[in-house]
Write a protein that binds this ligand. Structure first.
Ligand code: AN7
Length: 359
């Protein structure tokens, strides 16, 4: 076996993680995702800006959730847990189902009925999880699984499980390794707020160990119809086309505030229209197909650029990382609803040429 190949985030960052020689590592060799320089977005933001896209869609289940799930499931297996359980807007359940399958642990997932993307539902089903559609939203489903995990021997693998955050922080390590320093600004979508909490923890630990000298400003974006942190109050009926972040009462609310305030960053919101515009832009100009929630990072980048936010902070070249949390193939319906359907033509050369011209 080639020893230089990537072994997944637990082995690659073992000294930063709560594992020991007895921990059975359950991995799909997650992590090592692309950090792509975007020339077009950099030019759009202005002089001296360098925009990088951390594309988490290249994780094995197609989202950032694999980083935390490898550790949560490994630790569940270590204590002999027979069942893992979570509530999910889709990506957590896809990851839990896949890692559960690999570990040989039963997986139960609760999803808000009719409100998760098709690809994510398909993943949970095909990996053999017990999938229950709750007649309610994500926040209600999370309340139920919390109660069950307190009373019954099932391991909760939502980001309330601290091992999820521990594994997830490896995203920050990778960005620093790839850039050879921390970025100046770190932009990401915020839903349940586990990811922003984890990234901030990761950056701080990397600095403590002398791997980086500075820390980024942490900047999070919620969807306008699901922006409890921005409005400073829970939203009872959150609404957004970005179903992944349709969350009205984030579990890691405090972690998000700490990341924002300790780093001198901010948490803002973007409208569904801005999300869709950014979703199309990054696909059309950078060749990256992301899911709508992920496009909130790009929508936010453009919003702040319009307000000259980055310019104001400009002392030298400004390095901005936008995390693109999930793959666009998770939610094919959204792409098809957004772009006009293909024109139907007869199988004739003339018809093709005519159709191309009229475009
Ligand atoms: C693509 O899967 O909450 O702020 O249950 O799937 O850490 O919640 C997903 C969240 C961003 C927000 N982007 O991250 C779930 C779930 C995508 C996501 C978020 C999610 P957090």
């Amino acid at each position: 076996m080639n020893e230089s190949r990537w072994r997944g985030v637990i082995e690659e960052y073992r000294s930063f993680l709560p594992v020991n020689s007895h921990t059975p590592v359950v991995t799909l060799n997650e992590g090592n995702t692309l950090l792509l320089f975007s020339k077009k977005l950099s030019q759009k933001i202005g002089t001296n800006a360098e925009v990088y896209l951390k594309y988490e869609g290249t994780n094995p289940t197609g989202s950032f959730k694999d980083r935390g799930m490898t550790l949560a499931v490994s630790k569940a297996k270590e204590i002999g847990s027979k069942t893992i359980i979570c509530a999910s807007t889709g990506n957590t359940s896809a990851a839990a189902a896949a890692y559960g399958a690999r570990a040989g642990i039963k997986c139960v997932v609760l999803i808000p009925k009719g409100a998760i993307a098709m690809g994510k539902l398909a993943q949970a089903l095909i990996h053999g999880a017990t999938v229950l559609a709750v007649d309610g939203n994500f926040d209600e489903a999370l309340a139920v699984v919390r109660e069950i995990a307190q009373k019954y021997p099932m391991t909760l693998v939502n980001s309330l499980n601290p091992f999820r955050i521990e594994g997830q922080k490896t995203g920050a390590f990778e960005i620093c390794d790839q850039l050879e320093e921390a970025p100046d600004f770190h932009l990401m979508p915020v839903g349940n707020a586990g990811n922003i909490t984890a990234y901030w923890k990761g950056y701080k630990e990397y600095r403590k160990r002398g791997k980086i000298e500075s820390l980024p400003r942490m900047i999070g974006f919620q969807a306008a119809g699901a922006a409890p942190i921005v409005h400073d109050k829970p939203i009872e009926h959150p609404q957004t086309i970005a179903t992944a972040i349709r969350i009205g009462n984030p579990a890691s609310w405090k972690g998000a505030l700490a990341a924002r305030d300790e780093s001198g960053g901010l948490i803002d919101c973007v409208s569904d229209a801005e999300i869709i515009a950014a979703y199309r832009l990054v696909a059309e100009t950078d060749g990256l197909f992301v899911e709508p929630a992920s496009a909130a990072s790009i929508a936010g980048l453009l919003k702040l650029a319009r307000k000259k936010y980055f310019r104001k902070n400009l002392k030298g070249p400004v390095r901005i990382v936008c995390v693109l949390t999930g793959h666009g193939l998770k939610d094919p319906d959204r792409a098809i609803q957004t772009i006009p359907k293909p024109k139907v033509i007869p199988p004739k050369m003339e018809a093709v040429l005519k159709a191309i011209k009229s475009r």
